[in-house]
Design a protein around this ligand. Structure first.
Ligand code: MSP
Length: 513
């Protein structure tokens, strides 16, 4: 498994298809998409996977409720998660379903490797099981007799079970995170993981006999795998492991919600080490926060579940993508409100960015024959202004590599404001009559800056930026090309199409009422 420098593998969690996807599940996928698109723009060959986690008691029960077999039920439901790709404009290359044959085989190979290495043994198990979390808890862990994780009911279960020797990895994991703290981000989440590892780490039960909707345990008649063992392995199935063919994309960057951090940064690296992977081959995990809605937890019973489809139909995909990444620092919990979405769209997109583009492009259309105006001699202010854009590309890259999307957007907007200030200071309209070359030059300097803005924003708002690219007469460039270009990014005299506004103002709800 070599680690080729220009390859990346980005994953979303695989979703339980037990209801319609909502804003929360679309959020992880969106963040992963922006990261994947940005890496591609930065010259990386990217694998990006998402999918559905289709086994376990929760899905078996959901199917029973509808009078369907589990397979018929997940076949019906999984499609809705696939639909998130067009709904949010997601560029995943693989959508994996854990009921697919190739994945079930990989999960069995994982099991066998752990067993051969002596990390699996048989015993019996009794405990409080929460179906919603697909997790066992001890009496002490329960909060008011319910799951400490989700608050959902638990039921007593006793069964013969296989166990994974998680306890054998406690020291190794502590040592790993001591050496490579960057593997769990943000920092606060690493502290949570360390807190868990410093306590008593018990072996985990990894098979079930009380139901059969799961991957059969190899040579373990009557047992199906615990759904998390099956689910986590999906990240390797996607690359065809244990076949080496695509393993140069490995290790992955896993984007997950904070509720499933422990599975990804304790169980999963332990499994990988148990199956023979080295420390260098362990993945990076980034845990984000949760969305509430107008201050409340999103829930079906409250009827406040935000449907990504309704939202993008109403406001457009790019606006929703921008808002979700800009409003709340990735990693923090955040509150969703349509009022804020409208405010942000109007201030950041319609006023600051959209107006800037429109002011410059319509002046060019009117006064420069609709062609890319010629660049004259750069003065000190022009040079400083343009250098600011080269620096911006590096800063955006740094923030996106640490999944700080809101900081990346801050950096871009600082340049949007700088461009507005440059235009106000240079007043190109004043030179229209007596010095049209100077006017043309100022507009061209602004356009050069726009090329960098458009390319760094492309991952966030691909549709709008594709339109702006045509108005600027520019095609796709990698970020390296932009940073290393000596001189200009556009061609003097190239014909430009008639520009149109890209971000119209949205009428606030109270005005509409
Ligand atoms: N199937 C497991 C994951 C297995 S990965 C090997 C699972 N599925 S889930 O459908 O319950 O949740 C998937 C993701 O959605 C989690 O990362 C979770 O954090 C995220 N979200 C669910 N509700 C959310 C919010 N309200 N806000 C933000 N993210 C939320 O867990």
């Amino acid at each position: 498994m070599s680690q080729a420098s220009k390859k990346a593998y980005i994953t979303t969690p695989i979703y339980y298809p037990s209801g319609k996807p909502h804003l929360g599940s679309a959020y992880t996928t969106l963040a992963a998409d922006i990261y994947a698109r940005f890496k591609r723009l930065d010259g990386f060959d990217v694998k990006f996977s998402t999918g559905t986690d289709e086994h376990g008691l929760k899905l078996q029960r959901a199917a029973e409720k509808e009078g369907l077999t589990p397979q018929a039920y997940v076949d019906k439901m999984s499609g809705m998660f696939r639909e998130i790709e067009p709904i949010m404009n997601i560029s995943a290359h693989t959508f994996i379903r854990t009921t697919e044959d190739y994945h079930q085989k990989t999960a069995q190979v994982m099991w066998q490797k752990l067993e051969e290495a002596g990390y699996i043994y048989k015993d019996s198990y009794a405990g409080w099981y929460c179906i919603s979390d697909e997790s066992y808890y001890t009496e002490e862990e329960l909060v008011d007799g319910k799951s400490p994780m989700s608050g959902h009911p638990v039921e007593w279960m006793e069964e013969e079970s296989y166990f994974f020797k998680l306890s054998a990895f406690r020291e190794k994991l502590l040592d790993l995170y001591d050496k490579r703290p960057e593997l769990v981000q943000p920092q606060g989440r690493l502290n949570e993981v360390l807190g868990f590892l410093k306590g008593e780490v018990r072996d985990i039960s990894i098979s079930r006999t009380t139901f059969d909707w799961g991957v059969p345990v190899p040579n373990g008649p009557g047992h199906v795998m615990y759904v998390w063992i099956d689910a986590l392995t999906n990240y390797l199935s996607v690359l065809g492991w244990p076949n080496e063919e695509n393993m140069d994309y490995w290790p992955a960057t896993h984007l997950v919600g904070k509720d499933i951090l422990r599975f990804h940064s304790v169980y999963w690296p332990a499994m990988l080490m148990g199956a023979g992977l080295t420390e260098e081959q362990l993945p990076k995990v980034y845990a984000h926060g949760w969305w509430t809605v107008d201050g409340d937890k999103m829930s079906k019973s409250k009827g406040n579940v935000v449907d990504p489809e309704t939202l993008t139909e109403q406001y457009g995909r790019d606006i929703v993508r921008y808002f979700l990444m800009r409003e709340v620092p990735f990693g923090n919990d955040g509150d969703f409100s349509e009022t804020r979405l409208i405010e942000r769209t109007n201030s950041d997109l319609a006023n600051a960015l959209g107006n800037l583009f429109q002011r410059v492009l319509s002046m060019i259309a009117k006064n420069c024959e609709g062609k890319v105006p010629a660049l004259g001699e750069l003065d000190a202010a022009d040079t400083e202004f343009l250098n600011g854009f080269k620096g911006m590309v590096g800063d955006v890259r740094m923030h996106i590599d640490s999944l700080q999307f809101h900081k990346a957007l801050d950096v871009i907007w600082a340049r949007v404001h700088a461009a507005n200030a440059y235009m106000d200071a240079k007043e190109p309209w004043k030179h229209k009559k007596e010095n049209p070359e100077l006017m043309a030059h100022i507009l061209r300097v602004l356009m050069e800056g726009f090329v960098s803005i458009v390319h760094t924003l492309d991952a966030f708002m691909p549709e709008s930026m594709a339109r702006v690219k045509t108005f600027l007469g520019t095609t796709d460039m990698t970020l390296n090309q932009i940073e290393n270009a000596d001189g200009s990014l556009l061609t003097d005299g190239a014909e430009l199409p008639k520009p149109e506004g890209v971000f119209p103002r949205i009428q606030p709800k109270e005005e509409a009422a």
